[in-house]
Design a binder for this molecule. Structure first.
Ligand code: PLP
Length: 222
């Protein structure tokens, strides 16, 4: 699979990589949290430090990561939701992340894990991976990129020729036709005065709502 996707050799078993295929994102999340936790606790000198470990994610991150962090013993109170907003397309702000990390370090906590997402479930938001990576490197955070939804599309379309060669044209066709259908549906929504788009369409995700009749209804419509 890794060769099919033309990943660098560092991702291969023959390089420094390796890995397993999981049945779901939830399973993968529990595993990565367990690895990150064990590595950190070894460095910190013991299990009693588990209450110091902090996880960062945006308020758009799939709930699976909160559950997984809890399952490996990280207290729920150590899960930080970085607030997102419409103005930034609901993506995670590296500046807000840095502020949250600084605050935690002042409280003698240990920043452990950052979950960034390419294609969030509610709005299809894309986090600024390169900028977030810089913050992660600076504070030695484990950076996990959740591409459970949009990742498949990116991989398949960006490696179109390889996928065709391997007879996976149907998968590509399926993804492209879903996106085409979403574009068509988006056009219907935009034409209909009863509805409005909440955020512009991303991939095959169309996020829309009833238009509020009066301004006060704005929250109710969400
Ligand atoms: C972005 C994202 N992350 C995680 C998940 C959870 O995936 P799974 O059901 O494979 O655990 C989903 C599912 O919709 C998702 O869209």
């Amino acid at each position: 699979m890794r060769k099919l996707l033309q990943l660098p050799s560092s991702f291969l078993f023959t390089g420094t990589g390796g890995g397993v295929l999981h049945g779901s994102t939830c399973e993968a999340a529990v595993c990565v949290f367990a690895v990150a936790r064990d590595k950190a606790l070894k460095e910190l000198g013991g299990w009693e430090n588990i209450t110091k470990l902090v996880v960062y994610a945006s308020d758009q991150t799939h709930f699976t990561f909160q559950k997984a962090a809890k399952l490996v013993g990280i207290p729920s109170s150590n899960f930080r939701f970085i607030e997102t907003s419409f103005s930034t397309g609901f993506s995670t702000s590296p500046e807000k992340l840095r502020i949250a990390i600084d605050d935690d370090m002042k409280s003698d906590l240990v920043p452990l894990f950052l979950c960034a997402t390419v294609g969030t479930t509610p709005t299809g938001a894309i986090d600024p991976i390169m900028e977030l990576n810089k913050v992660a490197m600076e504070f030695k955070l484990w950076l996990h990129i959740d591409a459970a939804y949009a990742g498949v599309r990116a991989f398949v379309l960006s490696s179109a020729i390889i996928w065709m060669e391997h007879g996976l044209a149907n998968l590509m066709y399926h993804i492209q036709s879903d996106i085409a259908m979403a574009k068509c549906f988006e056009a219907f929504v935009r034409k209909d005065e009863r509805f409005e788009m909440v955020v512009p369409r991303k991939f095959a995700l169309v996020c829309f709502r009833l238009k509020p009749k009066v301004e006060d209804d704005d929250e109710a419509m969400n």
